[in-house]
Design a protein around this ligand. Structure first.
Ligand SMILES: O=C(O)c1ccc[n+]([C@@H]2O[C@H](COP(=O)([O-])O)[C@@H](O)[C@H]2O)c1
Ligand SMILES: Cc1cc2nc[nH]c2cc1C
Length: 345
């Protein structure tokens, strides 16, 4: 695959933003993460006073052959039902996006739905992945097509004037995918990473752990070959999200990462193109154990700790107002000079 160009952060804008942040009427560093976010937003946009009012949410949807192995508390049909729910504006992501003034874009990159509602963006690569307990989930070509869906989607949104993006997913079975990918990339034991997803009981939780271990033994993933690992135990919506992060970085657009599935996709994007990391903002820390491992591996600090584990980009949308806060502080707070005081910093 040929990757798009990604610019480094603008050092001048970051220096100007740092100077401004340190001149504001507050003890040095007392606005913590908000200050760091403001400075990085300046670096991403090239402006010390960035504008991020035009917000969009992208929900990548896909089904999983591995769902047949009984690894989710909910039936596979819920993926399609939730796509309809998104379209009707009644899912959590619709409510949270509406609060933040963001439009929701639902992309079907691989659900089992035969008939896709009109407003869903139909980018189906195939009807669900293969069951990776038995064979690779995807071909390399399918992985690349799905990544391209994400890159193209964000390029379109950029043309429509979008300035800030939240990326998430819907796909029954995909915490099994995310856990297998995390184990493959980090080498951490599956037992340390596996969570209860949509709410597995103890017996199914053990079964999920065994399935992931068996799949890793079958495929022997090489962490230095991210596209191959995606093909072995990944998902179409995971690949599309990786593409969306690459697309956002290439468009100079800050992007909020959601939960464990969204973050493993970000990990893949960074593995493919390390500079993508500069454009990522972690929103929250999911209750899935693999999420913390991924956030640490990416050196990302989540700004919300609310025991979320929903997906759909819900945590990312919940973080929109915090990005707005970071921008508003730099724009609107008085400086020590404004008060006629020397800057103590
Ligand atoms: O974002 C997360 O951290 C997260 C954690 C647990 C579950 N989910 C959502 O629940 C679905 C996957 O759960 P499961 O149990 O079917 O693997 C999928 O649609 C995700 O959006 C999402
Ligand atoms: C109802 C439901 C909604 C979801 N949204 C994201 N993943 C989900 C999983 C389930 C089961």
């Amino acid at each position: 695959m040929k990757w798009p160009n990604i610019n480094p952060l603008c050092i001048e804008a970051m220096e100007a933003a740092t100077k401004r942040v340190n001149s504001l009427t507050k003890p040095l560093h007392s606005l913590g993460q908000l200050e760091k976010m403001a400075i990085r937003l300046a670096g991403i946009t090239g402006h010390p006073f960035p504008e991020v009012s035009q917000k969009a949410v992208v929900v990548m949807c896909g089904d999983h052959g591995i769902a047949k192995a009984g690894v989710s508390a909910y039936p596979q049909e819920v993926t399609g039902l939730m796509i309809h729910n998104f379209v009707n504006g009644k899912a959590a992501i619709n409510v949270l996006s509406h609060l933040a003034g963001a439009n929701v874009h639902v992309v079907d990159v691989g659900s089992y739905l035969e008939e896709i509602p009109e407003v869903v963006i139909d980018k189906k690569v195939r009807f669900g992945t293969r069951n990776f307990a038995e064979e690779p989930a995807m071909t390399q070509s399918e992985v690349e097509q799905a990544i391209q869906v994400g890159i193209d989607m964000v390029s379109q949104l950029k043309k429509q004037g979008v300035q800030l993006l939240a990326v998430g997913e819907m796909g029954i079975g995909n915490t099994t995918v995310a856990t297998a990918l995390t184990a493959a990339f980090t080498g951490r034991p599956v037992e340390e990473l596996v969570g209860r997803g949509t709410g597995l009981d103890d017996q199914s939780y053990q079964h999920k752990t065994d399935i992931i271990k068996q799949a890793l033994a079958l495929h022997q993933p090489d962490p230095e070959k991210p596209l191959q690992v995606l093909a072995q135990v990944g998902g179409l919506e995971v690949a599309a999200m990786a593409g969306a992060y690459i697309g956002a970085a290439s468009a100079g657009m800050p992007v909020l990462v959601d939960g464990v599935i969204s973050t493993v996709a970000a990990y893949v994007a960074v593995k493919l193109i390390p500079r993508v990391q500069d454009y990522l903002f972690a929103s929250h820390q999911s209750v899935e154990p693999a999420h913390l491992v991924l956030l640490q591996a990416l050196d990302l600090q989540p700004i919300i700790h609310a025991d979320l584990c929903l997906g759909e980009a819900s945590g990312a949308a919940l973080a929109f107002p915090l990005i707005d806060a970071a921008v508003a502080i730099v724009r609107e707070m008085a400086t020590f000079a404004d008060l006629g005081l020397p800057n103590p910093n």
